[in-house]
Ligand binder design. Structure first.
Ligand code: SF4
Length: 363
């Protein structure tokens, strides 16, 4: 697995960014200004609850305090560049520009009683899964905690104004979240703030391609996020071919880590399985999958592969009959199975289609 050098975020602004600070860190900053403790709560409510984009928005703070804040601190924010709505209206893809001009995507999905936001954790991804458009970008850099939480804040602000709100977060956008562990877990803690989005870790699902040390660290630290593991194959030879990370952490090691995660956290795990015609969708694959997950409380999401463009599809989507047969075989073994017909595939917003050159996301 090649690991390209990360780009540093170039900014001449040395003022501290208040977005992304944990409450105790914000409190420490407020103390350096000699201000009362309740100011911390006020700022948290403005930044994470009301999604303020600048100190000027914070109208119940005195002008003097706002000026002092602007002198010593800043409030970063993403800039929306493009918004695309799927033809059925059930998915909206947002393209955001970061302070250094790089871009990331987030996808808001509307279901009957759920508003699920899929967010990115890196610009691009180094893991190069063959079925995924993001992998073709390589890794440009990790997102900061502020950039991760700001995807939530920017989109939530508008929903709340329309008397709606987010119900769930999935970290399945661009990037491998466990390769950006500190920023990701910090952002998850901020999502849970009572005076902010109030989305506890239970409402957050983190999807990994199988970064074993990251899974073990999550288990050790007891962060109760939902864990989704992108499995996609039942034998190492095949998995390594479509997911090079498997060379480092093969299936047996990955499943050991998942078992430890379950024992520690006690939450049912989700296995994602992208169905690729003629490669991993045979009855024998289903039987091996049943055997592999035996004894792990889990559900299985089958994702018929979504076509991606450049440099041309290397995979095929299975027929509907094959998808149904595979799902039925798993269900016959009493597994909980969902077939995910991704929302937003007409706008390049479905699983594995996110890429920030809009010409390349769709096949
Ligand atoms: S599927 Fe996930 S881990 Fe694999 S290349 Fe795409 S974004 Fe990275």
């Amino acid at each position: 697995m090649s690991e390209p050098a990360l780009l540093d975020i170039q900014t001449a602004d040395t003022r501290v960014d208040l977005k992304g600070l944990l409450p105790e860190e914000l409190q420490a900053f407020i103390s350096t200004l000699g201000k009362e403790r309740y100011r911390t709560k006020q700022l948290l409510a403005w930044i994470y609850g009301r999604g303020a984009a600048s100190f000027d928005d914070m109208t119940d703070l005195s002008r003097g305090f706002r000026a002092e804040l602007s002198e010593r601190a800043r409030l970063s924010h993403l800039t929306e560049v493009l918004r695309t709505r799927s033809s059925d209206g059930k998915a909206v893809k947002f393209l955001f520009a970061l302070s250094d001009g790089l871009q990331v995507e987030s996808v808001l999905m509307f279901e009957k009683d759920r508003r699920t936001l899929c967010i990115s954790s890196q610009v691009g991804c180094p893991l190069d899964c063959t079925f995924c458009a993001t992998g073709r970008m390589g890794l440009l850099r990790n997102l900061t905690a502020a950039e991760i939480i700001d995807q939530v804040l920017a989109i939530r602000r508008e929903l709340v104004a329309g008397d709606d709100d987010l119900t769930n977060i999935v970290m399945m956008g661009m990037g491998e979240p466990l390769l950006n562990y500190d920023a990701v877990t910090r952002a998850i803690r901020l999502m849970g703030l009572e005076m902010g989005p109030c989305l506890s870790a239970k409402k957050v699902t983190l999807s990994t391609a199988g970064h074993v040390p990251g899974i073990l660290r999550l288990a050790e630290e007891g962060l109760k996020v939902g864990l989704a593991v992108s499995l996609n194959a039942t034998v190492d030879e095949m998995r390594t071919r479509i997911m090079p990370i498997n060379r480092k952490w093969p299936i047996a090691d990955l499943l050991d880590a998942v078992r430890r995660y379950y024992r520690r956290i006690g939450r049912r795990v989700t296995f994602e399985y992208v169905l690729l015609a003629g490669e991993n969708d045979a009855d024998a694959d289903a039987d091996r999958l049943i055997a592999l997950v035996r004894g792990i409380p889990c559900k299985i999401n089958l994702i018929p592969w979504n076509p991606i463009a450049s440099p041309g599809p290397r995979h095929q989507r299975p027929s509907q009959a094959r998808i149904d047969a595979f799902a039925d075989r798993l269900r016959a073994s009493h597994l909980t199975v969902s077939v995910r017909y991704s929302k937003g595939d007409d706008i390049g917003a479905a699983c594995g289609q996110l890429i920030t050159n809009p010409q390349e996301g769709r096949g």
